[in-house]
Design a protein around this ligand. Structure first.
Ligand SMILES: Nc1ncnc2c1ncn2[C@@H]1O[C@H](COP(=O)(O)OP(=O)(O)O)[C@@H](O)[C@H]1O
Ligand SMILES: [Mg+2]
Length: 428
């Protein structure tokens, strides 16, 4: 039984869930027993009825039962009908409330409508008007529920689609990296093939080799061996990239990755005549991030830096190893700066800091909060997908790194990634 003695329930309450096909649930709130009972008689065959004789009991019922529509007397002793309406809407905003009015001023009625009462009915009421008002409110509540459910479903579908698009985009960039592997291996293979042909020509059909032939062969074989080793190195490195187990992150030095990046950038169409420099580390070090991901992050940042203006400007990559944890309190988000992934950041030194700096136009303060959103782009549809920075942010987050952006409109922008660094295994 409910704790309050002023609560009367004509039937045991049904489970508080919006199960389809259940009867609508109507709450009658009136401090006079007569009207309460007559309303119950009118509606008892159509709806499940709950009744309350005052505001606090009504609020308790709404908290514990899923009620579709409430009929509230505007004039009650104790908590006024207007106050009850306000609180009911606070507890259950989707519930429809019909006010029963007597001789209220239009001001009071206006106030009720402002508080999102859906209707009002003058007392004494005629039964058909009352029935129509409640039926309307029930229908409206069902419709709004359906709209809400559909909107949620749509939102779910949209985010699924977005995830898929991002996966596609990542696969696309990975494809660009594969293309560069083939390109890298193609170079040595061409050299090898040319040298093998030369050897074949030199040896021809001869059955005896002169001393100078032997010298020639030895020299060419040395070159071939070097190129074969080169091929094996390239494939080993990229095969390492492709393994994605987090406990077995391949240890590829950042300087090595920067060399790979240079190859990709050299042929990139957005390079134009921008100045591009890379300052590697004096001593190579590895990071706790998959090698392909490092290349992918830097490629996105560098391409953005190239594309931020068609006028020739400078783009530079700089690396530094920090022996201390980052002083996170020293970073302040504002119109010119943002720090991402503070929550998951593994701030354990040594940290590798890699920054991509450009002397382009910078990012206006109204744009800065949006740049990491998927599909946000200020470029035309042919240049921008708006996914680049979203991918960058995801990859940095996956590696438990942090990402900082600092921009000065008119002067340029710097994106900085901080990652846990690990020393490279000594070559055996
Ligand atoms: N270095 C930069 N300088 C100025 N604006 C930038 C820079 N990098 C990113 N932006 C802004 O962030 C937006 C989103 O970047 P991104 O997610 O890579 O998508 P896209 O490059 O496809 O537009 C860009 O359209 C641009 O407005
Ligand atoms: Mg981009």
């Amino acid at each position: 039984m409910p704790s309050s003695s002023s609560v009367e329930i004509s039937e045991p309450p049904a489970p508080a869930s919006g199960e389809p096909g259940r009867k609508g649930r109507l709450l009658i709130v009136d401090d006079e027993d007569g009207p309460r009972q007559s309303l119950r008689v009118i509606f008892k065959d159509d709806y499940e009825i709950l009744m309350a004789a005052d505001g606090p009991s009504a609020i308790e019922l709404v908290q514990n039962n899923q009620i579709d529509v409430a009929l509230v007397d505007i004039r009650m002793a104790g908590m006024s009908g207007i106050e009850v309406l306000e609180r009911l809407k606070y507890v259950e905003p989707s519930m429809e409330v019909i006010m029963m009015t007597a001789f209220e001023t239009t001001d009071t009625i206006r106030q009720a409508l402002r508080l999102r009462a859906c209707d009002y009915i003058n007392k004494p009421f005629d039964i058909s008007t009352m029935r129509a008002a409640v039926a309307n409110a029930m229908q409206r509540h069902t419709l709004e529920g359906e709209i809400h459910t559909n909107a949620e479903k749509l939102q779910g579908l949209l985010s699924e689609l977005q995830d898929q698009k991002i996966e596609e985009q990542m696969a696309h960039t990975r494809g660009e990296i594969y293309a560069s592997i083939i390109h890298d291996i193609n170079g040595p293979l061409t050299v090898i093939s040319g040298f093998v042909q030369l050897l074949n020509q030199r040896i021809g059909d001869s059955t005896r080799l002169e001393v100078e032939d032997l010298e020639f062969i030895k020299d060419r074989l040395r070159t071939i061996t070097r190129q074969v080793t080169n091929c094996i190195e390239i494939s080993r490195r990229y095969l390492g990239f492709l393994r994605r187990q987090s406990d077995d992150i391949p240890r590829v030095g950042i300087n090595q990755l920067l060399t790979d990046l240079t190859h990709l950038i050299r042929v990139h169409p957005s390079r134009l005549n921008h100045q591009f420099t890379i300052q590697p580390l004096p001593e190579d070090i590895a990071v706790r991030m998959n090698g392909t991901d490092v290349v992918q992050v830097l490629l996105n940042l560098v391409v953005n830096a190239f594309q931020c203006s068609p006028h020739s400007h400078a783009v530079a990559i700089e690396c530094r190893v920090l022996p201390q944890p980052l002083d996170l309190a020293g970073f302040k988000d504002g119109p010119e700066a943002r720090l991402l992934n503070v929550e998951n950041f593994q701030n354990n030194p040594p940290l590798l800091m890699v920054s991509v700096r450009d002397t382009g136009p910078g990012i206006p303060p109204e744009i800065l909060p949006k740049i990491f959103q998927p599909y946000f782009s200020t470029k035309g549809p042919r240049l921008g997908t708006g996914l680049g920075l979203n991918i960058v942010q995801r990859l940095v987050k996956e590696a438990k790194g942090a990402l900082h952006v600092h921009t000065q409109p008119g002067h340029g922008t710097t994106f900085t990634m901080y990652l846990t660094a690990v020393s490279l295994p000594t070559p055996s």
